[in-house]
Write a protein that binds this ligand. Structure first.
Ligand SMILES: *[C@@H]1O[C@H](CO)[C@@H](O)[C@H](O)[C@H]1NC(C)=O
Ligand SMILES: *[C@@H]1O[C@H](CO)[C@@H](O)[C@H](O)[C@H]1NC(C)=O
Ligand SMILES: *[C@@H]1O[C@H](CO)[C@@H](O)[C@H](O)[C@H]1NC(C)=O
Ligand SMILES: *[C@@H]1O[C@H](CO)[C@@H](O)[C@H](O)[C@H]1NC(C)=O
Ligand SMILES: *[C@@H]1O[C@H](CO)[C@@H](O)[C@H](O)[C@H]1NC(C)=O
Ligand SMILES: *[C@@H]1O[C@H](CO)[C@@H](O)[C@H](O)[C@H]1NC(C)=O
Length: 556
C-alpha cells in the first residue's frame, strides 16, 4: 500500500442511509481527488480526474494528486500518477478497450502538472481487480492532439477511434471566446489535420462540450448552443437540423444535457432527448447574468429520420429547471435526470450574485426518471425517488456502475479546495441504489467475454421466483460513457433480441448487427426481468483490435 493511500484510508468516512425497499442514496468513502470527470474502466474500477491546481488531499510523489483509481468494491481511492493537467478534459474507451483522456489545461504555477491542453492520456485495459500495476501513459512529447483543446467532447465512432469535437484554445472564464472550431480523431486521421466545422463556428460563444452521438448509420448527431446537425464522417458534410425550440441553449456555459435514447432492433431508429440549460441570450455579458436566473425546465426530443426531422423537436417540461443536469441511461431503458442547479449557469466565479464562487444556485436534489415509452406529458416523474443531502453542482460526475447502481462524486464550483462556501469542494462519494439492489436479482452465467457482431450466443440465466411469471425480458448492451461537465459521452444502450428457453434457464441473445449500431469496444450486458436487473456482464464487442477497425457484421 502506498503511503498516500494509507493516509487516505485513515480519513473519516460518514455512512448515511439504511437499506430499504426503494431508491436510496448511500454515502461511502471519499474520492481523494475532486471527481470532475469519471469513467468506469473495468468491472471493479473507475477513474476520476480533476484540475491539477485544486490541491486535492490525496497525494502522489509528494504533491497533490489530480487523478485517482476508485475501487468500486472497497470504496477507496488510490492516487494515479498523471503528468499533464486534466482540467476539463474528456475521454472514452477505444475498440481495443483502452481508455483515452483527451484535452485539458495548463495554468503555469498552479501545480506541478505538465501542459495538458493537447493531452492524450492512455490507460490500457486493467486486468487486476484492484488496479494494482495499472498506470497511465501521459507523455505529450510523444502522443498529443493536433490542437490545444480545453472543454472538448469526445465520442467513440464506428471504427473504434475517438472523435474529438470543439473546445477552447486556452483558459477563459465563461463564453467560448477563443474557439477550436474543428474536429480531430485519436488515433489521428487526415494526416492529423483537424477538420473545420461551420457548425462550431455558428454556435459560439455557448458551445463548449458539444453533446455528440454516434448514430446507427455511422454518422454523428451534434447539438451545441441551440443548434443541431448531423455530421457525416465519411463524406465530411454537415446537415443542418432544426434548432432547439424556444431559444434554449444546452451547452457550456449554459449546460443542459442530452442523451441518445435506447436503440431497438430491427431498425435502431435514433431519437435524441435534450433537457435543461438556459433560454438566456448568449450575448449578455457574464456579469449581467445572475445565479438566480431560472434554468430551463424544457426537454426536447427528436426522431432522426427524414419524417422525424421534418416534424422537429417535441417539447415537454421537467418538474424543475436544471442547469448542468446529467442524463444517465438505465438498464431498463429509462433515463435518470440528476444533479445540477435550478438557477444560474455553468462555469464559476463570473456571473452576478455569486454564491461563494458558484454561478448556479438552488441545487436540484431530487432526481427524475424519464420513460421514453410513455405518452408525451407523462414521461417525467420523481415518484419514489429520494432527495439527496449533497449538492452536486459544477464539476461533479455520475455514472452507472457494472453492478447496476449509480456512482455520484464531485462538485466544486470553486477554483481550489473550499469548505467555507455554500457549495463546497465535495469529496464524499455516493451511490444511488435502484430498488432492485435490495431484491433478489436475475443472474447470467457463461456470458462470452468477447462477442462478434451479428451473432448469437446462449447464456444460462436464473430468474427470481418473484418475477417468474413476468414475460417481458429486456437485454441491454450498454456503454457506460465518460462523465464530464454534465455530459456522458459515448453513453449508449442497444436492446438485444433474446429468446428465453421453455424451462426459463437459458437465454439466446443476438448481438448488434454491426459496428455502427454499437461502436466496437467494451460494454456491459444487463438482463432485466420485470422490475429487477442483473449485474452487468463485461464484454468486448467486435474483434477487439486497435482503431481504426474495418466494418464488421451486417449492414442494415
Ligand atoms: C461501504 O463500502 C464497504 C466496502 O465495500 C462496505 O464494507 C461497507 O459495508 C459499506 N458501507 C455502507 C454504509 O454501505
Ligand atoms: C437560436 O439562437 C439564435 C441566436 O441567439 C437565435 O437567433 C434563434 O432564433 C434561436 N432559435 C430558436 C428556435 O429559438
Ligand atoms: C450590463 O450591466 C452594466 C452595469 O449595470 C450596464 O451598464 C450594461 O448596460 C449591461 N449590459 C447589458 C447588455 O445588459
Ligand atoms: C425562459 O425560461 C424560463 C424558465 O424556464 C421561463 O420562465 C420563461 O418563460 C422562458 N422564456 C421564454 C421567452 O421562453
Ligand atoms: C472560498 O471562497 C470564498 C468566496 O469566494 C472566498 O472568500 C474564500 O477565501 C475561499 N476560501 C479558500 C480557502 O479559498
Ligand atoms: C489501443 O489502441 C491505442 C491507439 O492505437 C493504443 O495506443 C493502445 O496501446 C492500444 N491498446 C491495446 C491494448 O492494444
Amino acid at each position: 500500500m502506498r503511503p498516500s493511500r494509507l493516509l487516505f484510508a485513515l480519513l473519516p468516512t460518514i455512512f448515511t442511509g439504511v437499506a430499504g425497499a426503494g431508491w436510496e442514496f448511500v454515502q461511502n468513502g471519499t474520492s481523494g481527488v475532486l471527481a470532475l470527470e469519471a469513467i468506469i474502466v473495468s468491472p471493479t474500477l473507475a477513474i476520476f480526474f480533476d484540475f491539477a491546481g485544486t490541491g486535492d488531499p490525496l497525494t502522489i510523489n509528494g504533491h497533490p494528486a489530480w487523478g485517482a483509481i476508485w475501487n468500486l468494491e472497497t470504496n477507496q481511492a488510490t492516487a494515479l500518477d498523471v503528468f499533464s493537467d486534466t482540467f476539463c478534459a474528456s475521454g472514452g474507451l477505444l475498440s481495443n478497450g483502452t481508455m483515452v483522456s483527451v484535452g485539458g489545461n495548463f495554468i503555469p504555477g498552479s501545480s506541478s502538472a505538465g501542459n495538458g491542453l493537447m493531452g492524450v492520456r492512455i490507460f490500457e485495459p486493467c486486468a487486476s481487480a484492484d488496479g494494482a500495476g495499472c498506470t497511465l501513459f501521459d507523455n505529450p512529447d510523444l502522443v498529443h492532439l493536433s490542437e490545444t483543446r480545453w472543454y472538448p467532447s469526445s465520442l467513440r465512432i464506428f471504427d473504434g477511434s475517438l472523435m474529438i469535437v470543439g473546445g477552447i484554445h486556452e483558459l477563459t472564464l465563461f463564453y467560448n471566446t477563443d474557439p477550436v472550431n474543428s474536429f480531430e480523431f485519436f488515433p489521428s486521421k487526415d494526416g492529423a489535420v483537424p477538420r473545420p466545422s461551420p457548425f462550431l463556428e455558428r454556435t459560439v460563444p455557448s458551445n463548449l462540450f458539444p453533446r455528440v452521438f454516434a448514430l446507427p448509420d455511422g454518422k454523428v448527431f451534434m447539438v451545441a448552443n441551440n443548434q443541431s446537425i448531423i455530421y457525416d464522417i465519411e463524406a465530411k458534410t454537415e446537415t443542418i437540423l432544426p434548432d432547439i425550440p424556444n431559444g434554449v441553449r444546452v451547452t457550456n456555459p449554459m449546460d443542459g444535457s442530452a442523451t441518445l435514447l435506447p436503440l431497438s432492433p430491427p431498425l435502431y431508429v435514433p431519437e435524441v432527448l435534450v433537457c435543461g440549460g438556459s433560454n438566456s441570450s448568449d450575448q449578455i455579458p457574464p456579469a449581467n447574468l445572475s445565479t438566480q436566473d431560472p434554468a430551463s425546465d424544457q426537454c426536447s426530443r427528436i426522431t432522426l429520420t427524414p419524417a422525424g426531422i421534418k416534424k422537429g423537436w417535441e417539447v415537454e417540461r421537467m418538474l424543475e429547471g436544471r442547469m448542468m443536469p446529467e442524463m444517465i441511461l438505465l438498464p431498463n431503458g429509462q433515463v435518470l435526470i440528476i444533479n445540477g442547479g435550478q438557477t444560474g449557469y455553468g462555469a464559476m466565479s463570473v456571473v452576478g450574485d455569486q454564491v461563494g464562487n458558484s454561478n448556479a444556485d438552488h441545487a436540484a436534489l431530487t432526481p427524475s426518471l424519464y420513460d421514453s415509452s410513455a405518452p408525451l406529458g407523462h414521461r417525467i416523474s420523481n415518484k419514489g425517488l429520494p432527495t439527496n443531502t449533497i449538492a452536486r453542482m459544477y464539476h461533479s460526475s455520475v455514472s452507472l456502475t457494472p453492478s447496476g447502481n449509480l456512482l455520484l462524486a464531485g462538485s466544486n464550483p470553486n477554483p481550489n479546495v473550499n469548505t467555507t462556501v455554500k457549495f463546497p469542494t465535495e469529496f464524499r462519494v455516493q451511490y444511488l441504489n435502484p430498488p432492485y439492489m435490495f431484491l433478489e436479482r436475475p443472474t447470467m452465467a457463461g456470458v462470452p467475454t468477447q462477442i462478434a457482431f451479428d451473432s448469437k450466443f446462449t447464456v444460462s440465466v436464473s430468474i427470481p421466483r418473484r418475477v417468474a411469471a413476468v414475460s417481458k425480458i429486456q437485454v441491454a448492451l450498454m456503454d457506460l460513457g465518460f462523465s464530464s461537465h454534465a455530459f456522458h459521452s459515448s453513453s449508449r444502450l442497444v436492446w438485444l433480441e433474446s429468446t428465453l428457453s421453455r424451462d426459463r434457464k437459458s437465454l439466446e441473445i443476438t448481438s448488434p448487427p454491426n459496428n455502427r449500431v454499437y461502436p466496437p469496444g467494451p460494454g456491459y450486458i444487463f438482463l432485466t426481468v420485470g422490475d429487477t436487473t442483473s449485474v452487468g456482464a463485461h464484454v468486448m464487442v467486435g474483434n477487439g483490435d486497435s482503431p481504426p477497425v474495418a466494418d464488421q457484421g451486417r449492414r442494415i
